[in-house]
Write a protein that binds this ligand. Structure first.
Ligand code: PGA
Length: 252
């Protein structure tokens, strides 16, 4: 049976000193979360160590927001998998739409990171999603299929148990425009069917597919009731303890 994964993507928010206090607060408010829900928070790089220490011994897992695809060396401004592992990171968000849009990351580049993360024993959260004009012109499915086929190229079937897919319609991220549960479910079903095509039905059935894009404590329950939605990647609402706690404790 698939678990749910609720993840907080803090983006470029929270100084290490603030992050430490906030993470400690979360360990307390989230300690009685249901056993079928995995909780992960992804602070900025500078706060990873402090947050890692604050959540030690709690149910919360540590995630990073990006990673370089090389072992080490002359890559100014980049962070390696070993550096992340050394501070206790388990998950790494890859191909977030802000990386794709602002920093022009391609499917091919994201695929290199996915493969490298797997090789290192990190669990990639591969983000996919269509732009508003792509949805409006009926291209959603073909865009998502390309992102999946190219992003998961050369991933072994057996490694899929360590990959999470985050479906995040770009038009819903940070806009307050959450996809309706029905629209999100229809797309999640397509993503799952595509995983069955690329790999097989068992892989598709076992893969966690999160929804992301303006998820709040008000919208989470309706989304999580859908059969193919297995959690949420939460930006803005993950920065407030009460809303993130309520999201983690969603009601189905
Ligand atoms: P949002 O961000 O919840 O603020 O829309 C989600 C994300 O970008 O992962």
């Amino acid at each position: 049976m698939r678990k749910y994964l609720i993840a907080g993507n803090w983006k470029m928010n929270m100084k290490p000193s603030e992050a430490k206090v906030f993470a400690k607060q979360l360990t307390d408010s989230i300690k009685d979360v249901s056993s079928d829900v995995i909780v992960m928070i992804a602070p900025p790089f500078t706060a990873l160590q402090a947050v890692g220490e604050a959540i030690k011994g709690s149910v919360i897992k540590l995630g990073a927001q990006n990673m370089n695809d090389n072992e080490k060396g002359a890559f100014t401004g980049e962070i390696s998998a070993d550096m992340l592992l050394d501070v206790g990171v388990e998950y790494v968000i890859l191909g977030h739409s802000e990386r794709r849009q602002i920093y022009k990351e391609s499917n091919e580049f994201i695929n290199k990171k996915v493969l490298f993360a797997l090789k290192k024993g990190l669990k990639p959260v591969l983000c996919i999603g269509e732009l508003l004009e792509e949805r409006e012109s009926g291209k959603t499915n073909s865009v998502l299929k390309t992102q999946l086929v190219e992003g998961l190229k050369n991933v072994a079937k057996d490694d899929m148990k360590n990959i999470v897919i985050a479906y995040e319609p770009v038009w819903a991220i940070g806009t307050g425009k959450v996809a309706t549960p029905e629209v999100a479910e229809e797309t999640h079903k397509f993503v799952r069917d595509t995983l069955a095509e690329i790999f097989d039905k068992t892989v598709a059935e076992n893969t966690i597919i999160q929804y992301g894009g303006s998820v709040t404590d008000a919208s989470v329950d309706g989304l999580m009731k859908q059969p193919d939605i297995d959690g949420a990647l939460v930006g803005g609402a993950s920065l407030k303890a009460d809303s993130f706690t309520r999201i983690v404790k969603f009601v189905r």
